[in-house]
Design a protein around this ligand. Structure first.
Ligand code: SF4
Ligand code: SF4
Length: 356
């Protein structure tokens, strides 16, 4: 295990401040599924303790939400430790069936969903996209295979701002990196594709892709989230106010991990009323989908989503987020429709077009 992660383990003074906020502990109530319990396991495993199946589950059920790091008075970084520990476990052959499936799917098809990879991007088939541009819109796997309508709206919103897309985009690598694998092949492939476009900046619309480009890719391009990009170009969007009220879910890997809190809010309040969720910004609770938990432990993931929905204020028309994984996970639990922020902005543009 890397030295900084070892140091994090040593920093943990077992105070338990993280226990009450870990969404997984909230579900199971067992010490081994709390942050503190996992830190103890990490110490044992890094000192050569034998690993059994329940320990693998304990380490793999962390959603990497980062709430424990936010709260830790000792300055430990538990989710970094658990990600590193997953890498160690994978290298020891200690993996679950769903981890193996995720790995095989992603390497065989270029996406964790195992969908057949098209010969070219669906956006290129439907829109006239320049081959060379300053910005690359990285669509992401959920945008490419599950939320194509939102991805097309996203492209339409930004197409006049010097943006292209990749003809052969593959997964950014986030699902592999977060579950203990390396993603060198995917990273190399995407970097080659991006270089061909001449772009200097990657615009990501998924919190997971954004976090991965920002923190796991070599530092060759600027990286912005679509909400940062659009907040900068807000005057060019021609937005109109809608007569609705929404609430906003901060994706953990956009908000807490990378401190992108204001741009999404700037965009939302430009088009409608915003009522904050009970926990928000750096204290926002997790949707339950991250860190491979939705794939590996779907029931746990759904229970965490149900708890997150309890934070939705009364009398809102939509729950808005700007990560397709959060959207997917929250949709299964929410009575209020869950939409992407890009869908909301598109609605506000449609209003303007209707008036015109
Ligand atoms: S809050 Fe920090 S120091 Fe306290 S038990 Fe959790 S990880 Fe350890
Ligand atoms: S990152 Fe989130 S899920 Fe993981 S141990 Fe910390 S609080 Fe729990």
């Amino acid at each position: 295990m890397q030295e900084d992660k070892q140091r994090s383990i040593l920093k943990c003074v077992r105070c338990g401040a993280c226990r009450s906020i870990c969404p997984v502990f909230e579900e199971f109530g067992w010490e081994s599924f709390s942050t503190r319990g996992r830190m103890l396991l990490a110490k044992g495993i890094s000192n050569g303790m034998d690993v059994d199946e329940s320990m693998i589950d304990s380490i793999n059920t962390c959603t990497t939400c980062g709430l424990c790091e936010q709260m830790c008075p000792a300055g430990a970084k538990p989710s970094d430790v658990f990600e590193e520990l997953r890498r160690d476990l994978v290298s020891m052959g200690k993996i679950t069936g769903t981890q193996l499936e995720l790995y095989n799917n992603t390497l065989l098809t270029g996406n964790p969903l195992g969908e057949k990879r098209p010969d070219t991007s669906f956006i290129l088939k439907q829109r006239d996209v320049p081959k060379v541009a300053d910005y690359v819109y990285f669509v992401g796997c959920l945008g490419s295979y599950r939320f194509r309508e939102t991805a097309l709206k996203t492209y339409d919103l930004i197409k006049d701002m010097g943006v292209t897309v990749l003809s052969d985009e593959v997964c950014c690598g986030s699902p592999l990196l977060r579950t203990g694998f390396d993603a060198d092949e995917l990273i190399r492939h995407n970097l080659e594709q991006i270089e061909k476009t001449g772009a200097h900046t990657i615009v990501a619309s998924c919190a997971g892709c954004y976090n991965t480009f920002k923190n796991d890719y070599p530092d060759r391009f600027n990286v912005v989230h679509i909400t940062e990009f659009l907040a900068e170009h807000i005057d060019e969007l021609g937005l109109e106010m809608l007569d609705i009220t929404v609430t906003y879910h901060d994706p953990c890997h956009l908000g807490r991990a990378n401190r992108v809190f204001d741009p999404p809010r700037k965009l939302i309040i430009a088009v409608c009323d915003l009522k904050e969720m009970r926990t928000n910004r750096e204290n926002a609770k997790c949707c339950g989908g991250g860190g491979g938990v939705r794939k590996g432990y779907p029931e746990l993931s759904a229970s965490i989503a149900k708890k997150r929905i309890m934070d939705v204020p009364d009398n809102v028309d939509y729950m808005v987020t700007c990560c397709p994984l959060c959207r997917t996970n929250l949709e299964q639990a929410s009575a209020v429709p869950v939409i992407d922020l890009l869908d909301l902005l598109y609605m506000a543009q449609k209003e303007r077009l209707k008036v015109a």
